[in-house]
Design a protein around this ligand. Structure first.
Ligand code: ATP
Ligand code: MG
Length: 442
């Protein structure tokens, strides 16, 4: 993509309404624009990141054996009356009437809808367990939408649902999501700490919130450093082997991890005896997994026949990831005073190519050559070919945070050299075009 053609409305000044760094940087880098309170448009740069996040989430759900569906955003109120949540949900739910005066709603979540689909389709234990997910916009009329896409009213969520014959089966499904979440956040370059969460009044429930570490995060986190040392991507976990999956979950759930509300300093010191192993920092909730038994399958009558032909109410769980919150969370975890520092896996482009003097024939020839070669090798590149000051180009490239920069100017071009900069470390090297391209796998 050429900067001269790209729609990238960056801002020089910090927008006054943005209280946290990710919100400021997303606005300044031209990633998002507010449409109304808690409702955002995603512009090309932001949308590219959102799609990469979504794709990583999708691949890890698929790998765990969860199947993608797409349910509508608009739901019928009748279903929510069946589950008993229509009145209970309160003002967070956006209620709508259609032209025939039928009560509809913009889905804040999809337990009812997926349970209806399951109950109308699956009647026998032979087709259980099942895990289904979708990635769809939600609407929750939050009391205080704030921090940009971090807490929006309209937001994109991956929500998955599991169906099993009993608690044991449900626990196996739960464990798969637990591991899939660890992998998902690790692939986005983050440490995610699973925290035991409140499960409400029904006993026997299981729930974990996944908190990614970021100095500017909303919650205080206390945990064992073993969480940070564990390399989940280096292990080839077989999801079809329940004890292998459980082994990973047990390792994590045996370690101390609490947010400020449930933190107990003396338990922390006892469980993590070595003070150097104690991690205290901040984090952001990005995912939530929940086993809730028959809470929805009971009222919605999602039953299957067991081996003996007896009706059995299925055990369910639900598993959310805040997909549109992720780009903001990643920025909170990865930025510096000059702007965003994207991990390669979610970067909108892998490299920014800067021509510092467009009226220099040699520099422009070299840039066009590099640009063509990168495109041929399918390396995503943003080529700043505009007639702008070099300083403004550098500042903008740092702001939007692409992992690599190639800088080409008259002096280097005369010698056949390009400067390659690592956005994260700031390290710069001068290389021949071929050597620079090779470093990016082109
Ligand atoms: P919270 O307590 O923060 O309101 P929640 O319990 O309502 O969260 P869930 O219903 O479990 O959240 O939703 C799953 C995930 O969706 C959350 O972990 C979070 O990442 C994301 N999420 C929830 N509410 C919002 C929102 N208003 N804006 C953006 N993402 C959200
Ligand atoms: Mg909420």
């Amino acid at each position: 993509m050429r900067s001269s053609q790209f729609f990238l409305p960056t801002l020089r000044e910090n927008p006054a309404e943005a209280e946290i760094v990710s919100h400021r940087l997303m606005l300044r880098a031209g990633m998002i624009r507010q449409a109304s309170a808690g409702i955002y448009s995603w512009l090309p740069l932001g949308f590219k990141v959102l799609k990469k996040v979504e794709q990583i989430v999708r691949e890890e759900q698929d790998r765990a054996g969860c199947q993608e569906v797409l349910m509508p955003t608009i739901q019928s109120a009748d279903l929510w009356k069946e589950s008993g949540r229509y009145d209970a949900y309160g003002k967070e739910m956006l209620r709508i009437k259609d032209r025939r005066d039928r009560e509809m709603l913009y889905g804040p979540t999809n337990e009812e809808q997926i349970t209806q689909i399951f109950r109308d389709s699956i009647k026998s234990y032979r087709y259980v367990p099942k895990m289904l997910y979708h990635i769809q916009w939600k609407f929750r009329d939050e009391v205080r939408p704030r921090f940009g896409v971090m807490r929006g009213r309209e937001f994109l969520m991956k929500d998955a649902y599991s169906f099993d014959m009993d608690y044991e089966g449900a626990k196996r499904s739960y464990n798969k999501f637990f591991v899939a979440y660890l992998r998902t956040f690790a692939r986005m370059g983050m440490h995610a700490i699973p925290m035991e969460a409140e499960t409400g009044p029904i006993g026997g429930n299981l729930s974990h919130e996944f908190i990614v570490l970021a100095d500017t995060g909303e919650s205080q986190v206390y945990c064992d450093r073993k969480f940070l040392d564990y390399d989940v991507l280096g292990k080839d976990i077989n999801y079809e082997n329940p004890s292998e999956v459980e082994g990973v979950v047990k390792h994590f759930t045996s370690l101390y991890a609490r947010t400020d509300e449930k933190h107990d300093q003396s338990a922390f010191e006892k469980e993590v005896a070595d003070a150097g192993q104690r991690y205290v920092g901040r984090g952001i909730e990005v995912g939530h997994i929940f086993y809730f038994g028959t809470k929805y399958s009971e009222p919605l009558k999602a039953q299957v026949q067991d081996k003996d032909g007896n009706p059995l109410t299925v055990h369910m769980g639900s598993y959310g990831i805040g997909v549109s919150r992720m780009p903001a969370a990643i920025i909170e975890a990865s930025h510096d005073e000059n702007g965003i520092v994207w991990p390669e896996s979610v970067a909108p482009f892998k490299v920014g190519l800067i021509n510092i003097k467009v009226d220099d024939a040699a520099a422009t020839r070299m840039c066009e050559d590099i640009y063509a070669k990168l495109r041929n090798a399918n390396v995503e590149v943003l080529y700043d070919d505009r007639d702008e000051r070099a300083g403004a180009k550098f500042a903008e490239m740092d702001l939007i945070g692409l992992p690599w920069q190639f800088v080409v100017g008259p002096r280097g071009a005369a010698k056949g050299l390009v400067e390659m900069k690592n956005r994260k470390t700031g390290e710069k090297v001068e290389l021949s075009v071929d050597a620079a391209l090779e470093r990016l796998g082109a």
